[in-house]
Design a binder for this molecule. Structure first.
Ligand code: NAD
Length: 298
């Protein structure tokens, strides 16, 4: 039985830690929110009083936190995770954070005598609950192999992307594609509407032709063609616009730092920020079609 310290028991970390407990691991969980701790405890996670206590005696420490500064704080003097853990503990950060922070976190862990991976996820709360997340992992091959059973208890697809930070790079690039493709599919539906083409007809053509993509065939932004897409449920997330804005912010910072001409990605970031500020923040990100349609009214 593996002993796992789990820090950050929120919307994602709560169900992820519950799946680890259900897989037979001993999971010692901590969160600043007493409510999050209580919910995880009901699902079989052992509640402890601090992050340091969760890391003490753990074989693996998982973090699922809001941002890079939270991760560094928890690893370092504030949270004391690295100092509390036994030598050679495997630290797996599943949070979505910027690449520089991910590399710094891995360096801090190694300097303290531990092993480290960045392992951000896609699949959202639904995937976290069902244990079907996709993990994008950065770090040494040996550490990746050691984390395999843990990641497989929480997810369905696990990809080793390269050295430390590579998991975050993959996640950010994927979500930049996702934002741009969702906007492109939305514009096509609005143009089709204006010209008298039914949603179903456009779907039937594009889903079987070169316009096919996840934003069309799974997360279709209009109700009807894909009954399970958030558009059929008043755009309840799903993947909230707020999270897309966060991920596009990371992509923008990385593109600017790397000097990459990511014109479409940066434009998508601006469109999502405007949509969020105009009230879309809590809606599924595919609801951006409503803003495109509103702007297209003549
Ligand atoms: P959340 O806000 O629900 O959970 C974060 C938890 O961290 C909170 O419960 C908070 O109390 C806790 N926390 C913050 N600082 C802490 C500290 N110092 N010690 C202990 N606990 C602390 O967020 P979430 O939706 O679970 O997202 C977590 C991460 O997963 C984020 O990086 C997010 O970008 C990423 N992510 C989220 C989704 C999603 O659909 N929600 C999908 C993919 C990735």
């Amino acid at each position: 039985m593996t002993v796992i310290g789990f820090i950050g028991l929120g919307n994602m970390g709560g169900p992820m830690s519950a799946n680890l407990a259900q897989a037979g691991h001993r999971v010692r969980g901590f969160d600043l929110s007493a409510e999050a701790v209580a919910t995880a405890a009901e699902a079989g996670v052992e509640a402890v009083a601090s992050g340091a206590e969760a890391a003490t005696g753990a074989d693996i420490v998982v973090t699922m936190l809001p941002s890079g500064s939270h991760v560094l704080d928890c690893y370092g003097t504030n949270g004391g995770l690295l100092a509390a853990a036994s030598p050679d503990t495997l630290f797996v950060d599943c949070s979505t954070i910027d690449v520089a922070h991910a590399r710094e976190a891995a360096q801090m862990a190694r300097a303290a005598g531990h092993r480290a991976l960045d392992a951000p996820v896609s699949g959202g709360v639904v995937g976290a609950t069902a244990g079907t997340l996709a993990f994008m992992v950065g770090g040494p091959e040996g550490d990746f192999a050691a984390a395999g059973p843990l990641l497989e208890a929480m997810g369905r697809r696990v990809v080793h992307c390269g050295e430390s930070g590579a998991g975050q790079v993959a996640k950010m690039c994927n979500n930049m594609i996702l934002a741009a493709s969702t906007i492109a599919v939305s514009e096509a539906f609005v143009l089709g509407e204006k010209l008298g083409l039914s949603h179903q007809a456009l779907y039937d053509v594009a889903a079987n032709a070169s316009g096919q993509c996840w934003s069309l065939s799974v997360n279709c932004p209009v109700p009807g063609p894909v009954p399970t897409s958030p558009a059929n449920n008043d755009y309840r997330p799903g993947f909230a616009t707020q999270l897309m804005i966060k991920d596009l912010g990371l992509a923008r910072a990385a593109a600017e730092a790397a000097g990459v001409d990511a014109a479409i990605g940066l434009h998508a970031a601006r469109m999502y920020e405007e949509f969020g500020a105009a009230g879309g923040i809590g809606r599924d990100f595919s609801a951006i079609i409503t803003a495109i349609r509103d702007r297209s009214e003549s």
